[in-house]
Structure formats: structure tokens, C-alpha cells
Ligand binder design. Structure first.
Ligand code: HEM
Ligand SMILES: [Cu+2]
Length: 636
């Protein structure tokens, strides 16, 4: 408690010093500060950028962790990082990548692009959008300060009971995991619901479901999956928190609990999570491939059907992570068959992408390179996935490097390449400048070759019997060469990421100006200026078909037909409450990590007070008037 008060006082002093001393205009100055602007923003485009920054930050951390892991495994009997620290690095790498990188960077793209693709002026709940971001960021921060205060979690990203309970993981490490993920998870759930409502409610006139661009469709299905997958995770984390903090026995086997239940709960969330990540990437590819092939997406309706089917089947297969638990042959068989069934809609999608490119006028921009590279990598990850779904084979593969190779092929080959593709594709729209194509191609080739070099040999490491999650191995078992290659590949990937960082910095400093429609795009976001004005569309557009913007261009129009007269536009005002509420959650989380019940409840009290303040807040936003708008209209 005392520490907390000291921290708050220090924070106030810091704010005063940074903004030029404490005097009467102190509050005014704070409010004019650019930082305040970003903290209180409710603009979906700015929140999208915040997600990209947050995800980028955590990507750097988790990437560094993987580099350290791989350096330790470069040579047999290496003594670089051993034992507990290795376990912490491994756990934090996996947890950070899945929860704090993969989904948030996709959320960044969705936040900026989805409202533009459906012709909306914002998301349905701008206040919640801001809250969702800050909760994610605070949860991630809480998880990562574990490195400094008390030790990082070390029970693996799956945090299996009973390993993760007090008997085998004393100390605060796993507390950070259960509390950090809960806070971040609430943020994710809130944002998912927001996207669902936005897509259902905020579509421009004429934008029927079967005219939605694929990226919006996949965001829709992903958000529905979030709605069903994250509550089980939250419940599971709650139970584990009770087992650890208050000595309950949900999973503690010595008190009559059942550790297998944790596995079920975790994977009922965990498997759909894979699709939550990869479906938006599918959406990116569909948009990118049709744009750069100058063709309508082949089999649009079957693509939509496949996305929905994959989303549904994603919930039916979680037991393929538990074949070796001993649930019996009938359960194993049912789940094996269900798992293999997912290959069918996935295959439909792959063929549709190929048919879209067939006969198209293809432009190999960086975005398109990432998209085509993805198809190869993802198909390989899919094939090893079907191999893992064969129960007797899985008994051999389980917990070996074969699995590590498989899921990195899926997650990097699908999600990360997908994100990069979308990043290059939409960068001009988001920031109004072009990323450099030459550096983009260096990024692609280094990263892509490095990726295969890192993870392809890991299949063989697994087949040769190297278990995952070990920090060393003996010489003379045929594991040296493949481990060495794998680590060298990691260096190549890192070099690729540096090209990206350099490219972004270069572009921010002296980027070339981008027009509204730099790629000759097909979907609505390309019909307005880059970057889009605060209100997105001066007049909400009328949608007349699939690929709405392409359709208008074909008919010789240089703007979308308006669905409403030019008039005042209602905008939500910025709000600092999401940030304060998040601060409350953060304090509360930190309190519970260290078993300090008073600080825990103090934080929750802050949350409740902000909720109260919010309920009585009378803020109807503000209006932008047509006169102020003229500039935006002509500029588009
Ligand atoms: C950027 C290049 C990456 C490299 C070089 C890398 C490398 C590694 C290595 C060496 C391991 C340890 C394997 C073991 O001993 O079991 C690992 C585990 C893992 N990685 Fe990555 N990884 C990368 C990117 C990613 C990404 C993008 C994700 C997900 C979005 C991810 C998710 C995971 C997960 C979930 C684990 C399992 C952690 C655990 O078992 O607790 N990785 N990675
Ligand atoms: Cu799975």
C-alpha cells in the first residue's frame, strides 16, 4: 500500500516536470499535450494506430525472447541461459506472442479499416473501443513487469495445472499470468463485441452481408469466435486465480480437484484462438490478392461460406490438443475426424485464391509477395496439422519439436505474413505515405527465407526425438545440424524485421505522399482521401454492389454516390475515463499478484467510481458543420 502511494506521488511529479512545472495552468497544459490527445482519443483510426504501436512493442520483446531461446539451443550442452530463466523466456515468448502481438496487430488493422470498408463514421461504441485498447495494454504491461518485480511466469503459455499451482510454481510468476491475461482478455472481449455490433449495425445503405469485403467478413466471424471463446478463458483464469490466491481446489489434485478440467477449459478457448488469429489474415489475403490480380475474388460466396464453416468447426476440435491425456478411443476418434474436416473449407479457400490469381494481371508489390508466400507456408502448416490429427501418430509427435514446427508454420505462415501483407497494403491509407518497396522486398525475402530456415529443420528435430520446452540436448544424437540451422534462420528473420523497422522510420521522416487510391483498389476505403478525414465520409455512400468502389470506377465515377445530403456530422468527444478505469484494473491486478487484498480492492474501487462517473456523464459529443467539411470533400 505504501509503495503504491509513493508511486502515485512520483507519477504526479513526473507529469508536472514533463509539462513544465506545477502552477495554475498545469491542467490546461496537460490537456493540450499530444500525449493527452492520444490517451483520451475515441477515434477508431487513432485507436487502430495505438494497437499497431502496442503490438509492435510487444513483438520486439517477444522476438528478443525467442532469439535468446534459440541462441541457447544453437549448440549441444550450451550454457548461455539455463533452467528457470529459460522457462520464463519460453513462457513469456509464447504468451506474449499469442495474446499481446498476434491479435492486437490484427485489431489495429481491423480498427482502422473495417469502419471504412462498410462506410461507417466510427465503430458502434467509441468509448468501449478506447477502453478495450487500454485494458489490453495494461494487461500486457502487468504481464511484462513481472521480469522486474518478482519473476516472470514459467509454467508454459498453457499454464497447465498442477504445474502452475502453488506447490510447483511458488512465487508471484503465475499470478502475473492469471491477472495480466484476465485484464487483457476483458479488453479483447470488449473489442470483439464492438466489432460485431459495428458490422451488424453501422453498414452504409446498400452494404448487404453478401457485399461485405472479405476482410470485414473475417473480422465479423473472428469477433463471434471471441464472444464464445474468451469467456471460458476468463472463467478458467478466475478458477486458477482462486486456487493460487485463496487455496481453493478447482484444479489442485491433492485437494480433490481435477487438472484435466483446466486443459479442457484452456483448449476450448485455445483452439478457437488459432482461428481467431488466422481468419482475419485470410481476409487480408482475399482483399490483397484480388486487388493485385485486378480481378474479382474467385468464388466470393464459397469464401464466405468457408469462413463461417471454419469458424464453426473451430469449436468442435479442441480435444486434438489432448489426445495423449487418455480420454479414450471414441472421444479421440470423433475429434480426429472433426479436425481433419477443417481441411475441406480451408482447401476451398486456397483454391479460390489460386483461381483468383489465374489469368489475372498480377502486380508483385510487397503486399502481394507476402500474400503469395503465405499460401505456400500455410499449406505446409496445414499438412502437418492433418498429420498431428492422426491419433496414433500424435502419440509420437506430442510435445516434440514437430509440434513447434507445425504451429509456427501456421502462426507465422498465416498470421504474421498476413499481417505484414495487410500492413504494406493499408499503410498508405492509414498514414497517407508510401512504405518503400525496395526495403519492403528485402524485408520479405530475409524474413521469408529465415522463417523456412528456422522452422523447416524443426520438423526433423521432432521426428528425431527432441522434446519441446527443453533447454539443452546431448551431442551425438543427430540434433546438432538442424538446431544450428534453425538458430541461423532466426538471425535472418531478425534482419528482415530490422528492414521493416528501418523502412517505417524512413517513411515517417520523409515518406512519399500517397493519393486516396494508390493501388487502384476495389473496396470502399480507397474511395476517400489518405489518410481519411476525422469523420471518414463527408456523406455516407450508397453501395450498389460487391467491390463497391471498383463498380463506380467502372462506370466512370470519381466518387461514391452519396446516400444523404451534406449536413452536420455528429462526433463523439474524447474521454479520459477509459484510461482511469484501466489504471484501476492495473492497480488491482498488481495488488492481487502480491496477495495484497487491500490494494486489490482499492483498484476495484477506482473502477467502480469511474463506472459511476461515466453513468452520470452528460456528453453528447459535438458536431462538425458542412462549411468546415468542404476541404475534406474536395480533397478526396
Ligand atoms: C519471430 C520468430 C519466432 C521464433 C524464432 C520463435 C521461436 C520459438 C522457440 C525457439 C520456441 C521454443 C520451443 C520449445 O522449446 O518448445 C517457441 C515457442 C513458442 N512460440 Fe515462437 N517463435 C517465433 C515467433 C512466434 C510467433 C509469431 C508466435 C505466435 C503468434 C509464437 C508462438 C509460440 C508459442 C505459443 C510457443 C510455445 C511456448 C510454450 O511452449 O510455452 N512464436 N518459439
Ligand atoms: Cu487446435
Amino acid at each position: 500500500m505504501a509503495t503504491l502511494i509513493i508511486l502515485i506521488v512520483v507519477a504526479l511529479f513526473l507529469a508536472a516536470i514533463l509539462t513544465g512545472g506545477y502552477n495554475e495552468q498545469y491542467l490546461d497544459r496537460v490537456k493540450q499535450n499530444w500525449l493527452w490527445d492520444w490517451i483520451t482519443t475515441v477515434d477508431h483510426k487513432k485507436i487502430g494506430i495505438l494497437y499497431l504501436i502496442g503490438g509492435g512493442l510487444f513483438f520486439a520483446i517477444a522476438g528478443l525472447e525467442s532469439l535468446l531461446i534459440r541462441i541457447q539451443l544453437m549448440f549441444p550442452n550450451n550454457k548461455f541461459i539455463l533452467g528457470d530463466v529459460f522457462n520464463q523466456l519460453l513462457t513469456m515468448h509464447g504468451t506474449t506472442m499469442i495474446f499481446l502481438v498476434a491479435l492486437p496487430v490484427l485489431f489495429g488493422l481491423m480498427n482502422v479499416i473495417v469502419p471504412l470498408q462498410i462506410g461507417a463514421r466510427d465503430v458502434a461504441f467509441p468509448f468501449l473501443n478506447s477502453l478495450g485498447f487500454w485494458l489490453y495494454f495494461a494487461g500486457g504491461l502487468l504481464l511484462n513487469i513481472s521480469w522486474i518485480f518478482g519473476g516472470a511466469p514459467d509454467a508454459g503459455w498453457t499454464s497447465y495445472a498442477t504445474l502452475a499451482l502453488n506447490d510447483f510454481s511458488p512465487g508471484p510468476g503465475v499470478n502475473y499470468y492469471v491477472l495480466g491475461l484476465q485484464i487483457a482478455g476483458i479488453g479483447t472481449l470488449i473489442s470483439g463485441i464492438n466489432f460485431l455490433v459495428t458490422i451488424i449495425n453501422m453498414r452504409a445503405p446498400g452494404m448487404t452481408y453478401l457485399r461485405l469485403p472479405l476482410f470485414t467478413w473475417t473480422t465479423f466471424v473472428t469477433s463471434a469466435l471471441i464472444l464464445f471463446a474468451f469467456p471460458p478463458l476468463t472463467a478458467g483464469l478466475f478458477m486458477m486465480m482462486f486456487d493460487r490466491l485463496f487455496e481453493t481446489n478447482f484444479f489442485a489434485t491433492n485437494g480433490g480437484g481435477n487438472a484435466t478440467v483446466w486443459q479442457h477449459i484452456f483448449w476450448i478457448f485455445g483452439h478457437p484462438e488459432v482461428y481467431i488469429l488466422v481468419l482475419p489474415a485470410f481476409g487480408v489475403f482475399s482483399d490483397v490478392i484480388s486487388t493485385f490480380s485486378k480481378k474479382r475474388l474467385f468464388g466470393y460466396h464459397s469464401m464466405v461460406f468457408a469462413v463461417v464453416l471454419i469458424g464453426f468447426l473451430g469449436f468442435m476440435v479442441w480435444v486434438h490438443h489432448m489426445f495423449t491425456v487418455g480420454l479414450g478411443p471414441i472421444a479421440n476418434t470423433i475429434f480426429a475426424v472433426a479436425t481433419m474436416a477443417i481441411a475441406v473449407p480451408t482447401g476451398i479457400k486456397v483454391f479460390n485464391w489460386l483461381f483468383t490469381m489465374l489469368g489475372g494481371r498480377i502486380r508483385f508489390t510487397t503486399a502481394m509477395l507476402f500474400a503469395t508466400g503465405f499460401i505456400v507456408a500455410f499449406v505446409m502448416g496445414g499438412v502437418t496439422g492433418v498429420m498431428l490429427a492422426v491419433v496414433p501418430a500424435d502419440l509420437q509427435f506430442h510435445d516434440t519439436y514437430f509440434v513447434v514446427a507445425h504451429f509456427h508454420y501456421v502462426i507465422i505462415g498465416g498470421v504474421v505474413l498476413g499481417f505484414f501483407s495487410g500492413f504494406y497494403y493499408w499503410w498508405p491509407k492509414i498514414f497517407g505515405t508510401f512504405l518503400d518497396e525496395k526495403w519492403g522486398k528485402w524485408h520479405f525475402w530475409l524474413f521469408y527465407l529465415g522463417f523456412h530456415l528456422t522452422f523447416f529443420p524443426q520438423h526433423f528435430l521432432g521426428l528425431f526425438g527432441m522434446p519441446r520446452r527443453v533447454f539443452t540436448y546431448e551431442a551425438g544424437y543427430g540434433l546438432e545440424l538442424n538446431n544450428l540451422l534453425s538458430t541461423l534462420g532466426t538471425f535472418l528473420m531478425t534482419a528482415g524485421v530490422f528492414c521493416l523497422v528501418f523502412n517505417v522510420l524512413r517513411t515517417v521522416i520523409k515518406g512519399q505522399q500517397a493519393p486516396g487510391d494508390p493501388w487502384d483498389g476495389r473496396t470502399l476505403e480507397w474511395s476517400i482521401s489518405s489518410p481519411p478525414p476525422e469523420y471518414n465520409f463527408a456523406q455516407v455512400p450508397q453501395i450498389r454492389g460487391l467491390d463497391a468502389w471498383w463498380l463506380e470506377k467502372q462506370e466512370g465515377n470519381d466518387r461514391m454516390p452519396p446516400a444523404e445530403p451534406l449536413g452536420p456530422i455528429h462526433m463523439p468527444s474524447p474521454n479520459y475515463l477509459p484510461f482511469v478505469m484501466t489504471l484501476g484494473f492495473f492497480i488491482s491486478g498488481l495488488g492481487f499478484v502480491f496477495h495484497s487484498i487491500e490494494v486489490g480492492f482499492l483498484g476495484l474501487a477506482v473502477v467502480i467510481v469511474t463506472l459511476y462517473v461515466r453513468s452520470f456523464e452528460e456528453d453528447h459529443g459535438y458536431h462538425l458543420h458542412p462549411k468546415e467539411l468542404e476541404e475534406g470533400v474536395n480533397g478526396s
